[in-house]
Design a protein around this ligand. Structure first.
Ligand SMILES: [Cu+2]
Length: 338
């Protein structure tokens, strides 16, 4: 009798253990499926962009006297922002930031945007020009082409970006770049410069997540460079881009950087470790000449020219002195050799 009771107790105990284990497995499965959904919602690409990865296209730039004809594309292109993290970026010409444009003060820009995106209108907003934005920066519909004409009447380092609503999505998804308008009479320090480069800061958020872009901190803050001269690196805004592919100078060189901050939300406190900016032109205008600066503040969309001498050979890092952003990728390097 006692033996029977014991067996029955053990069987019941085993049953309870089995049921509890089954429940636990179910809970785990539920949790996993919730996590999988969260992961999916993070990376879910809008339907018309799925399986779309348009090859970068070089911009067409032709000059005829003081008329400059520029043709660019709006397109959807995968960009590896960090190792093993690909972002289906909305881009100009398959680059984020987009290609650097260089024109002269007094030029007339004939700008054509070919929108290769099958589903979303795009546009361009050049900070370098005067125009009525509703017509001069008008949307170009999917698979259409739009041409706009402007005068580049003021010298400087300017942002351009897609201005289509919601602008935050279009900039944060990758549609921004730099246009340099060279002053007619140059800069007073032109003759001192040995090397010049473009440096661009921008930040990334969760893919096409307007809530994250509006309310949260950026996931990555990055520097990139665009080739101004043959042989210079040309990178996207990816973590470590300018550590892996540094800029170069010789000991004693005076270096000029055209720097610009694309945001869309954060400011930059641009600083080169181990030197002082002897000359700074805020927004790249020759009249905004400052001297002896340690750090240059760049508001979202702000630009500057910074010039400094690298006296000794070594590795000179440049950062935004907002070091939480350095942790997220905002650092680059100039390698100086004898
Ligand atoms: Cu756009």
């Amino acid at each position: 009798m006692l033996f029977k009771r014991r067996v029955s107790f053990i069987i019941r105990l085993l049953l309870i253990v089995f049921v509890l284990a089954a429940c636990n497995t179910e809970t785990m499965e539920e949790e996993q499926s919730v996590n999988a959904q969260a992961d999916e919602s993070k990376t879910e690409v809008i339907a018309p962009h799925q399986d779309l990865n348009q090859e970068p296209v070089a911009p067409e730039i032709k000059r005829d006297g003081k008329d400059v004809y520029i043709k660019m594309t709006a397109q959807i292109t995968d960009i590896e922002i960090e190792d093993d993290y690909s972002y289906k970026a909305w881009t100009f010409n398959g680059e984020a930031p987009g290609p650097v444009l260089v024109v002269n003060e007094g030029d007339t820009i004939h700008f054509t945007l070919e929108n290769q995106d099958p589903s979303i209108p795009h546009s361009v907003d050049f900070h370098a020009v005067h125009t009525a934005p509703d017509t001069g920066f008008a949307d170009v519909a999917p698979n259409e082409v739009g041409t706009f004409v402007y005068k580049a009447s003021s010298p400087g380092v300017f942002m351009y970006h897609c201005g289509t609503d919601p602008v935050l999505s279009h900039i944060a998804n990758g549609m921004h770049g730099v246009i340099i308008v060279q002053p007619e009479d140059g800069y007073p320090t032109d003759h001192e410069i040995n090397e010049e480069y473009v440096i661009i800061q921008n930040e990334w958020y969760k893919y096409n997540d307007i809530n994250d872009m509006t309310n949260e901190e950026p996931s990555q803050v990055v520097f990139s460079t665009k080739a101004l001269h043959e042989g210079q690196p040309n990178t996207d805004g990816t973590v470590g881009a300018l550590i892996n592919e540094p800029l170069h100078a010789k000991a004693g060189d005076k270096v000029r950087l055209y720097v610009a901050n694309m945001g869309p939300n954060e400011q930059s406190s641009f600083h080169v470790i181990g030197t002082i900016f002897e000359d700074v032109y805020i927004d790249g205008h020759p009249a905004n000449h400052n001297q002896g600066m340690q750090t240059v503040g760049l508001p979202a969309s702000g630009g500057a020219i910074v010039e400094f001498t690298l006296k000794k050979s070594g590795d000179y890092k440049f950062v935004t002195h907002q070091f939480n952003h350095v942790q997220k990728g905002a650092a680059g390097k100039i390698v100086v050799e004898d």
